[in-house]
Every structure is written in C-alpha cells, then in structure tokens.
Ligand binder design. Structure first.
Ligand code: PEP
Ligand code: MN
Length: 344
C-alpha cells in the first residue's frame, strides 16, 4: 500500500502517518518527492483497510499496490535507481561494463586481466573467490586469499570490484574486500542470505536463478531492499530451457519486462547465459539494444588454462571489440559508455 500526502502536508502530518503505520506493526518507508511525500508500507500480511489511513490529516490518496512487490516497483519509486560505486554509475544513461575472470586464480593473473579490462574501457572488475561449482571436485576458488588479491588489484589498477558471496559465512569477508557483493543464480532464493545482503552495507548484484521467473527475481530483490539496502543491480544470466545449443537460454525479454515494472538497474551476463565464447559479442549487442544498463562478461588472457568456465571467456582483444561495439550501439540509443577519470 502506498500513501500519497497532500502537496502542502507538514512534516508532523507525515510523522503522524508513519506512527499510525508503525502502531499497526508495519514498516513505513517515507519517500520525499519534489512536490509531495509518499509513504510506502511493507509487512502487511493480511488485507489492510484503506480507511485507517485515508482519514488521517495530510493524506490525499491511498493506493493499493497490486503487484506482489512494493519497494522494487515504479509505483513505489517513480525515478530510476542509479547505484554509485567507486565513482561508477549503474542505471543512469551511461552503460556499465563489468569484466574479468570467472575465478581469481592468482595475483598475476588477476592483475594482467584487470589491466586489459581497464585499458579497453571496462568499469568494474569481476572475479570469484568463492565459486559455486556443480562438482565438488572442481576448483572451488581461493577463498579469503582470492578476496585479498582482488582488493590489492583494485588499488593497483583503480577499479571497483564485484565478487560473489556463496553463503552467509563468507558474506562479511566479501563485503569487506569488494565494492559490490554478488548473489549468484544458485542463491537467488536463499532468503537468509538475501536478508543479510540487505544489511551488508554494499550494493548487491543479484543474479536471476536459472529456473526463476521475473516476478521471483523481483521478489528476491524486495528482500534486500526491505532490509534497508536500496542499491540492488539485477542480472539476467540465462535460464534453463530445452534448447541445448547454449549452456542456458538468454531471456532477453526479461530486460524490458523488468524495466516495465521496476526502477532497479538490470545488466546482462552473456557468458553464463551462453557458455560459449562466440556468443558473447552478439548477445552483448542484443543486451544493449534491448535496454540493459550494461553487461558482465568473463575475460581471460589464457582461456586454455582457466580453472573455471574456460569455454566462455573472451580474450582481451575480443573484449576490446566488444567495448567498441557497445559504444557504437549506445550512441544509437542515446546512451553512452562513460570513461571515469578516477574510479575507486
Ligand atoms: C558468476 O558470475 O561467477 C556465476 C557463478 O554466475 P551464476 O551465478 O549466474 O551462475
Ligand atoms: Mn563463471
């Protein structure tokens, strides 16, 4: 439910409504606007009687939010969310490019790739220290050592970093060492982890589960926002279908659908969506064309030696081409690929 205050409502009247909401055991989220304040309500498990609020001083309208999500919806926040991290903006007119190895393998490997990504104009360095692998016998990531490498490279190269927290035990360490905490596809419905991510003090990159609908993705984001963290970036990374020519099927239509409902930025990960090097460039073009706020791609300078996801990593030369093409397409769409003077 959303309560819209009169244009000349006083701060006391806003406070009065907030108090009434809290008396009902609910949570109030005042959103001051240029002309008027709106107050969102969450936590209402049953049907709320609109009349309780309609008669309060300063209230002009009470809107029942029909979607199952509230905080993530345009109705709740009409302006687009722009997440700012280390000088980089995600969700504005500028597109963001996150790139780097699937996994942090060593300091030298991460530094080399980070330099190549930065030189080509990439904005955020990705690299997993905790890897969610299908087989327990596959490389599981370097753990804390990997996070420390990422943090060192971040300083060395001057790029914010994103890394995945695979469970609540490692969340604090990931939040301490990286600028964005990634919640992976396999954890999109790990609600304990989502709540904790909502309190971690860092922006969260939330990847769509491989069998999750767009509604479920947005409800998972709602968990994070509900804990007081407004900085969520969504990521379409492919879903499971019967098609077997790619690892997953990139659901490109999810992007305009998310844009229709939500103010949150959404990027596309063509690497995990396709699992194939030759698909990364065309799918990145598609992502930009359909209105994504950026892409996240896996880059490795020696893919044949990569310890995970070797087949889907592009090499630095291919990444340079990707950047050029994303720039070209962005300009057609009245967007751009910014160069930040001093990120981090
Ligand atoms: C990743 O980005 O490192 C990753 C494991 O992706 P996903 O969670 O989408 O499979
Ligand atoms: Mn990977």
């Amino acid at each position: 439910m959303l309560i819209v205050m009169e244009m000349n409502a006083t701060p006391e009247q806003v406070e009065g409504v907030v108090q009434r909401i809290e008396e009902k055991g609910l949570k109030a989220h005042p959103i001051p606007g240029a002309q008027r304040t709106a107050i969102g309500i969450t936590g209402n498990l049953g049907v709320l009687d609109r009349g309780i609020f309609e008669s309060l001083p300063g209230v002009i309208q009470v809107i029942r939010v029909s979607h199952p999500f509230k905080l993530v919806s345009h109705e709740f926040k009409p302006t687009q969310t722009v997440v700012r991290v280390g000088g980089v903006e995600i969700g504005g007119r500028g597109l963001v490019v996150m790139a780097g190895p699937c996994a942090v393998e060593s300091y030298e490997q991460t530094l080399r790739i980070a330099r190549a990504v930065k030189a080509a104009g990439g904005h955020i360095l990705r690299g997993g220290a905790y890897k969610p692998r299908t087989s327990p016998y596959s490389f599981q990531g370097l753990g804390v050592e990997g996070l420390e490498i990422l943090a060192r490279v971040r300083e060395e190269v001057g790029m914010p970093v994103v890394s995945e927290a695979t469970d609540i035990d490692v969340l604090d360490a990931v939040a301490e060492h990286s600028d964005i905490v990634q919640i992976g596809a396999r954890n999109m419905q790990n609600y304990t982890l989502l709540r904790r991510a909502g309190r971690c003090g860092r922006p969260v990159l939330l990847k769509r589960g491989m069998t999750a609908t767009v509604t479920e993705l947005l409800l998972s984001a709602e968990y994070i926002l509900d804990q007081g963290n407004p900085d969520v970036i969504l990521c379409e990374r492919g879903i499971r279908t019967f098609a077997d020519h790619t690892r997953n099927t990139l659901d490109i239509a999810a992007v305009p659908e998310v844009k229709r409902i939500s103010h949150l930025p959404i990027i596309v990960d063509p690497s995990h969506a396709s699992g194939k090097r030759n698909q990364i460039l065309p799918l990145s073009r598609a992502a930009v064309a359909v209105g994504a706020d950026g892409v996240m791609v896996e880059v490795h300078d020696q893919p044949e030696k990569a310890l995970s996801d070797a087949n889907q990593a592009i090499v630095p030369d291919e990444f340079e081409t990707l950047m050029e093409e994303v720039r070209l397409l962005a300009s057609v769409l009245e967007r751009n690929v910014p160069t930040y003077a001093a990120a981090v």
